[in-house]
Ligand binder design. Structure first.
Ligand SMILES: Nc1ncnc2c1ncn2[C@@H]1O[C@H](COP(=O)(O)OP(=O)(O)OP(=O)(O)O)[C@@H](O)[C@H]1O
Length: 536
């Protein structure tokens, strides 16, 4: 028999359910005939001619982003074809870490002498493979997580000046081919100036898009999130799934999302492939945001970090070395270490352990004139492992929030901690594991809705050698094992910084903010991010 297929679900072969079976040739590829078997999770290929082989080849559908059928170029060819596009995690001998690598296979089948029938058979394979490759949610994740529709339309924003100025080129060379394989539609906007993305999403008809995706560093996504929060319908707008493809120099969120998958850390183009794979799979997870308010009346929303001192100086001072890519931060760190300085001010925070039983007290105007928060009581209690005691913000139409801050002109509440030292080398509040491609600052964060702000501060008096040792350990995330009387880590829910001088700069998600009184608080699961979060 020259190839055959079995009605779906009819055949039980051994213990594995066989959904489709056929005899195919590989194009291009070794000559010979192969038995192709589709199970609910895998595609098995086994040579049957010229010599049957006992060991087959398996493609996991979890690694598959797309499949398409087509007819041959030769009009006399009665065979039909389908291609499967997979990106398994593999370690090549010359690499130290495993990364996703493209593996595409094209099969030719000709079960009968009728081209139309053969094309129908090929399309049947392609449809089934696409269906089985689609991201699925385990029952326990339903409600909190979701999946983008298989037929989806994305709004893609590219900053051509991000990182080494390669973002647009990387989009065409790496991202576009994968979106095509996954049959994902998109509209591309190349930004021409700063804040264009922010203004665009502020007025955009979001119902046209299943997700908004940025191709740049973290700064472009920061614009998008703040643009969404400036809308009058911000409560629904901020629930629009967001995606990030690394084209910047820091790429902290893309690194963090790769970390959530449980895969090895990767960077550069491997990171871009991993991030585009995650986008194609389309799993949407809740993500915490931190609202930042300043004494001058600014209201900002942050998904990554707030920094004052050494780190914000390095970030801003190294801007001029943008063409170096991530190496600009290493250079900036070394330069700053040589001219180490201290920053004077008061640091206060609400420890996570103190945050249970909070009662709301703020009004919408304390957050933003545009952002009308619906305030309610909550019994948020500190549990780093689970969100079980949390109010499920995702199930309510409005954002149920807890106020953790009082206006900046009032003293912090009594249950806050005021740090007695007033000289710092750095203060960093971070809510994702990575602060940059080589900056694994908070390895304890395992998901984007971790529900904590991780506060690190380094007190004045630390030696240059100790600080260098600390930063070297950060690259691998080993710094928490170091003990130093000058370095403090504490999980918190809110913070306030009152610098004694307005000289210098602060950063929110790597973007500059004038130095002044500032406070931030956590908003659990306020946004949605396309993420490779481990589901097991
Ligand atoms: N077309 C543009 N021209 C100039 N600036 C832009 C443009 N589009 C976006 N921006 C701004 O450029 C800044 C840098 O962008 P982004 O942070 O995305 O890249 P990066 O700094 O290279 O990466 P990272 O933040 O990961 O270090 C941001 O402030 C962003 O708002």
């Amino acid at each position: 028999m020259d190839g055959q297929h079995f009605p779906e679900g009819d055949l039980q072969k051994g213990t594995t359910q066989v959904l489709l079976y056929g005899e195919v040739t590989q194009v291009p590829g070794p000559s010979g005939r192969y038995a192709l078997t589709l199970t609910p999770t895998e595609l098995h290929l086994q040579q049957i001619q010229p010599a049957p082989e006992s060991r087959g080849y398996v493609l996991s559908l979890a690694d598959c982003i797309g499949c398409c059928s087509f007819k041959g170029k030769d009009p006399t060819d009665l065979g039909a074809y389908f291609s499967v596009f997979c990106y398994p995690v593999k370690k090549k001998w010359w690499r130290s870490r495993a990364a996703r690598q493209r593996e595409a296979k094209t099969f030719r089948l000709e079960p009968c002498r009728d081209l139309e029938e053969n094309l129908k058979t090929a399309e049947r394979w392609a449809t089934k493979i696409r269906e089985l490759s689609a991201q699925r949610l385990p029952e326990e994740k339903e409600g909190l997580y979701s999946c983008l529709p298989q037929a989806r339309q994305l709004l893609v924003l590219v900053n051509p000046f991000g990182g080494k100025g390669q973002a647009q080129h990387l989009f065409y060379s790496h991202v576009l081919p994968m979106l095509t394989e996954a049959d994902i539609g998109f509209n591309l906007v190349v930004t021409e100036r700063q804040n264009q993305a922010r203004e665009l999403v502020k007025d955009e008809d979001l119902s046209r898009w299943d997700a908004v995706v940025t191709v740049s560093g973290d700064g472009l996504l920061y614009e998008v999130i703040n643009g969404l929060m400036e809308r009058s319908d911000w409560q629904s707008a901020i629930k629009k799934p967001l995606g990030i493809l690394p084209g910047g120099s820091g790429n902290a969120l893309a690194m963090s999302i790769n970390h959530y998958t449980g895969n090895d850390p990767v960077n550069s183009q491997d990171l871009l492939t991993s991030s585009t794979f995650t986008l194609c799979k389309g799993l949407v997870a809740p993500m915490d945001l931190v609202s930042i308010t300043t004494a001058s009346g600014k209201h900002l929303f942050s998904f990554l970090s707030f920094a004052w001192g050494f780190i914000s100086d390095v970030d801003i001072e190294s801007e001029k070395h943008r063409t170096m890519g991530p190496a600009r931060f290493t250079l900036g760190t070394l330069i700053r270490l040589c001219s180490l300085r201290t920053y004077k001010g008061r640091l206060s925070y609400l420890p996570a352990a103190e945050a249970s039983g909070e009662v709301s007290s703020f009004t919408s105007s304390q957050i933003s004139q545009n952002c009308q928060y619906n305030v309610c009581n909550s019994n948020n209690s500190y549990n780093p492992q689970s969100n079980a005691n949390e109010v499920d913000h995702t199930s309510t139409a409005s954002v149920a929030e807890v106020s953790r801050v009082v206006p900046l002109d009032q003293p912090v509440p009594n249950h806050w901690t005021i740090v007695k030292e007033e000289d710092f080398v750095l203060v960093l509040a971070i809510y994702q594991p990575y602060l940059g491609e080589d900056f694994f600052m908070a390895p304890m964060v395992s998901k984007p809705d971790d529900n904590l702000i991780h506060l690190f501060y380094v007190k004045a008096g630390i030696s240059r050698a100790s600080l260098l040792k600390y930063f070297l350990a950060v690259e691998k995330g080993n710094h928490l094992q170091q003990s130093s009387p000058h370095v403090v880590y504490v999980p918190i829910k809110a913070f306030r910084i009152e610098p004694f001088t307005s000289k210098g700069v602060m950063t929110v998600d790597g973007e500059a903010l004038e130095c002044g009184q500032v406070q931030g608080q956590l908003h659990s699961r306020l946004a949605r991010i396309i993420s490779g979060t481990k589901l097991q």
